[in-house]
Design a binder for this molecule. Structure first.
Ligand SMILES: Cc1ncc(COP(=O)(O)O)c(C=O)c1O
Length: 397
């Protein structure tokens, strides 16, 4: 029997699988590959969070099914965290829901909000699930070019004109932005909320890199805009700020109708995170503010080392103001080979793994992305490999 699964056919093989495969093969040959590929944080979760998990896991009452939308204390702590950080008041019963990481929350949120054929505006390049969640839900994706600065993004958004009967339903945004590393200020979100209100869009803002900003840059919440709750929700991820990637914890806050829709669909799909994880999440949000700057400074030091190293070997890359990434334009003659070919050769010829920009959409093909997940010593080692790589005349371009 030859089964066909049309939905799966719409999901191209993950571009990153190609580079991952090459990386694994090189490692099996005994080569040391410096891995800047995936944005998978390498830092330990702060100890009080781990301790609380261990303690809570000892109690049988925490071994049962938990609540899909998150235990009340976690939702309360999420709203307190928003009040403390952004001065945004949220109702923990109706305007906050815990998710099994931002990725799960985002995907199911899209599924909950759309009907097949609806239009969803997604920046390109973008974090893959921002567009694939819409593909999975059967939507038409409207690409919003990004990477040329906030004003250019707003201009591009204004130019997406449709008659009222055919307006896009959802606008997806995420700043600080993966992979371009762009940051925006509150004035940007004020414009976005205004446009959304006039056109009837619902805005989903993914604030996964809320804390990862440098050199005095800030990462505002869209909910700081007056009236934003009328048109927007925001997703947050515990993965980066608290180094909790493997724990799978995030949340979604804002517009009550949207939070309700996510709550409903999740109540069909899952039973919530393991309760000890939720209890430990309360500790993270309530007691662990002091750990965040330490985590941020590790990324900043790596960013500085990587940018300095790249510039020293003649690869002119600007220092990002946010995220845990460096978005590097493919230099000179290598550009025409495209980002996948370039990334493959960086693995085999320089011992350095990066994410090819095309994995974030066609518009990303001019760049590769370094994730700041290697320490400074390894970064220095990578620079030696890259210097050697660029000193040789390539026979593949
Ligand atoms: C923009 C963005 N959102 C969400 C995530 C994933 O968040 P989580 O680990 O909470 O699912 C990532 C991870 O790389 C990301 O870049």
């Amino acid at each position: 029997m030859n089964y066909r699964f049309p939905l799966i056919e719409k999901l191209p093989p993950y571009v990153f699988a190609v580079t991952n495969q090459l990386k694994m093969e090189a490692r099996h040959r005994g080569e040391d590959i410096i891995d800047f590929g995936m944005g998978n944080p390498d830092l330990a979760t702060p100890q009080p969070i781990v301790d609380k998990l261990c303690e809570a896991a000892q109690q049988a009452k925490n071994h049962r099914y938990s609540q899909s939308k998150g235990i009340p204390n976690l939702r309360l702590e999420i709203t307190r965290w928003y009040e403390r950080r952004y001065g945004v008041t949220l109702n923990p019963e109706t305007e906050a829901i815990a998710t099994i990481g931002a990725k799960e929350g985002f995907s199911h949120l899209i599924l909950a909000l759309v009907e097949p054929g609806d239009k969803v505006i997604v920046p390109e390049p973008s974090y893959p699930i921002h567009s694939f969640a819409a593909t999975i839900a059967g939507c038409e994706i409207i690409k919003l070019p990004i990477g040329g600065g906030a004003q250019a993004t707003l201009e591009a958004l204004r130019q997406l004109e449709y008659p009222d009967s055919a307006q896009p339903k959802i606008l997806v945004l995420s700043f600080p932005h993966n992979p371009t590393t762009e940051v925006v200020d509150l004035a940007f979100f004020e414009e976005v909320v205004d446009i959304a209100r006039h056109r009837g869009y619902l805005v989903i803002h993914d604030l996964a890199y809320a804390d990862l900003v440098f050199d005095g840059a800030t990462a505002p919440s869209i909910l700081q805009v007056k009236g934003a709750k009328d048109v927007a929700v925001e997703m947050f991820s515990m993965s980066k700020s608290y180094s909790m990637a493997g724990w799978r914890m995030g949340f979604c806050v804002g517009n009550a109708q949207v939070v309700y829709a996510l709550t409903r669909i999740k109540s069909y799909l899952d039973y919530g995170m393991f309760q000890p994880i939720q209890i430990a999440g309360v500790i993270a949000l309530r007691d662990c503010d002091e750990y965040v700057p330490e985590i941020v400074s590790v990324y900043k030091n790596r960013r500085d080392a990587l940018i300095k190293g790249l510039n020293l070997i003649g690869w002119d890359v600007p220092a990002p103001k946010g995220t845990m990434f460096v978005w590097a334009k493919i230099p000179g003659q290598y550009a025409k080979a495209g980002s996948l070919e370039f990334a493959k050769h960086l693995i085999t010829d320089a011992g350095v793994a990066v994410a090819p920009g095309i994995g974030f959409g066609q518009a990303g093909d001019t760049h590769v992305r370094f994730a700041l997940i290697e320490n400074e010593q390894r970064i220095a080692q990578a620079m030696r490999g890259l210097k050697q790589f660029f000193s040789q005349e390539p026979d593949w371009v």
